[in-house]
Ligand binder design. Sequence first.
Ligand code: AMP
Length: 194
Amino acid sequence: MLIIGPPGSGKGTQAERISERLGVAAISTGDIFRAHVKGGTPLGVEAMKYMDNGDFVPDTVTNEMVRNRLCQDDVGSGFLLDGYPRTSAQVDYLDGLLAAREQELGVVLQLTADDEELVRRLLFRAKEAGRSDDNETVIRHRLDLYHQQTEAVVARYAGRGILAQVDGIGGIDEVTDRILGALAKMLGVPVNGR
Ligand code: AMP
């Protein structure tokens, strides 16, 4: 499955919780990039140029990284991608990867939230965690990119009938509950007792 949402919608937190419940690996492209930046790898040096400005890392770089990650042992039975795909070209690439693996997406979950609430949350996170891409100009740019490019990604999955939308505003447990409910409905099976 995929989890898609604007910056600050809590998708990382929810992705980890949901992956635990489903017993599948959570793969966050943002986390992988940050680990490379921290480790000072060539990929990290390249990615940082884009991340600090709130831009997308180029598709070729991102796609290749995801392809490598999906070759690892823990993703055999299924996985939850967090923050990928974000562009239409990434959707095409993922389609190819999945077809080659004879796998299909079960559900694409979109977390929704109002822009001004997201800006408030991200400015708060900037103070707490000191992420270098959390200042107001960069935050607004990341939101613009989400609207310009990632909403088209969401629309493509909606057209395939596999999109579930969940309101991301509320307490963490409350949002997790909503997601589990939406997944159960979408997949037609109970997800952990629901
Ligand atoms: P995130 O933690 O998901 O908000 O990602 C942090 C940053 O990593 C983004 O602002 C981008 O610069 C980069 N990034 C993460 N995922 C992608 C992706 N699928 N395509 C391009 N850039 C990405």
